[in-house]
Design a protein around this ligand. Structure first.
Ligand code: FAD
Length: 370
């Protein structure tokens, strides 16, 4: 057994940390305050090759340590925008759509969620009707990361043939296609520099070749897509927890009360010790899931466990970091309140904690828990 990262992984960490601290840290507060999408930062990340990293846990962890928004933008682009094309695309689709996405020339997004289809994709109402050499899309998607800033969208819809079975299909839609527009952009609790919004389809005609994978096989594709995506969200949780831990440790050493640094009080020191222990366990779980994926081994259960645990650790650690800061943790001048707001998403996106428990239980017990 070897727990050491390879020299290549260490190099990725150094490169991403340096980029995040040099380019993102100085502007992160402004981006979050003003809800500005970080176009320039994403372009620079692309030039470093960070938008086409298939084994990307360390990249997302390091980006999220400085900005949860940049973490989720890159995570959604890679695991949700690129991966379905990688998994199910024809060579022509890969050449046309995946290459520019992986090089970072274009940004990707993925639309599965609808007003009536959240945890349960069987509520999908978006329709794809075949007309000659086109698919005609009608319907809407909700809560889509990178809505309005992405160039290429992978979306799910029900075709006429599969309307009875309820098995969805996946399609590739380019920004600017007539009949495709962006609806409301949400105002969120956190992750303000990332965009989350509605996709609207009104008689949107796309070429028949833009069906991704086989008709009616979209469910299988999105389950595989989400398996990988959960490693990304786990890594995002890890980066946010790490940032909160570092802030809390530094503050505890520097802040004095009762004539000594608050780190000297067991009540504080033990909180810091618990944070470090839980982050360490979460990191091992996220890296193990990524390691299994890289080796082509089954990793559905491990990815769900890693995402579940890391996101709940992030919620606890970011909350404790505020406590360590006392009143200073509650005001926006110190960054820790942002970590808590950003971390909450990791318990919801790409399957809520309840859904992760369903996936884990189902795989362990072999019965369909509901
Ligand atoms: C910032 C943000 C970014 C997002 N990005 C994307 C994206 O890029 N693409 C995309 O397709 N979607 C995206 N989503 C949507 C996200 O994946 C969904 O919000 C999530 O899957 C939950 O769906 P829902 O919100 O409809 O909640 P619901 O499914 O309505 O769940 C409500 C509550 O019921 C619980 N629940 C539901 N079913 C069960 C069950 N069987 N057993 C126990 N509890 C259950 C849930 O855990 C939750 O607590 C994003 C959401 C947010 C907030």
């Amino acid at each position: 057994m070897d727990f050491a990262l390879s020299p290549e992984h260490e190099e990725i960490r150094r490169t991403v940390r340096d980029f995040a601290e040099r380019r993102i840290a100085p502007v992160v507060d402004e981006l979050e305050r003003e809800g500005k999408f970080p176009h320039e930062i994403i372009r620079e990340a692309a030039s470093l090759g960070l938008l086409g990293v298939p084994s990307y846990a360390i990249t997302i962890e390091e980006l999220s340590r400085v900005s949860g928004s940049v973490g989720i933008i890159v995570s959604a682009h890679t695991s949700l925008g690129c991966n379905p094309l990688y998994l199910a695309g024809t060579q022509a689709q890969k050449d046309q759509y995946l290459r520019p996405l992986a090089s970072g020339e274009k940004l990707g997004a993925y639309g599965l969620t609808e007003p009536g289809a959240g945890s349960d994709s069987r509520g999908t109402r978006t329709r794809a009707q075949r007309e000659g050499d086109c698919w005609v899309l009608n319907g809407s998607k909700r809560f889509i990361t990178n809505a309005g800033v992405a160039d290429t969208y992978i979306i799910t819809a029900l075709t006429e043939r599969e309307a009875e079975s309820g098995r969805i299909s996946a399609f590739i839609v380019e920004a600017g296609t007539p009949g495709f527009s962006i609806g409301r952009i949400e105002e969120k609790m956190g992750l303000h520099a990332s965009k989350t919004g509605e996709l609207l389809f009104e008689d949107c005609r796309i070429p028949v070749e833009n069906l991704l994978g086989e008709e009616g096989k979209g469910d299988k594709l999105f389950l595989r897509t989400l398996d990988g995506g959960r490693i990304g969200i786990g890594a995002m949780a890890l980066g946010l927890a790490q940032a909160a831990f570092e802030a809390a440790s530094a503050y505890a050493r520097q802040r004095e009360q009762f004539g000594k640094p608050i780190a000297a009080f067991q009540g504080i020191a033990f909180m810091i010790a618990d944070m470090a222990t839980e982050i360490d366990a979460a990191r091992l779980m996220v890296y193990r899931a990524a390691w299994l994926k890289d080796r082509g081994r089954p990793y559905t259960t491990e990815a769900a466990m890693a995402k579940l645990y890391a996101s709940e650790v992030a919620a606890r650690v970011t909350d404790a970091a505020i406590q360590v800061h006392g009143g200073y943790g509650y005001v926006t001048e110190y960054k820790v309140e942002r970590y808590l707001r950003d971390a909450k998403l990791t318990e919801i996106g790409e399957g809520t904690s309840q859904i992760q428990r369903l996936v884990i239980a189902r795989n362990l017990l072999g019965v369909r828990a509901s």
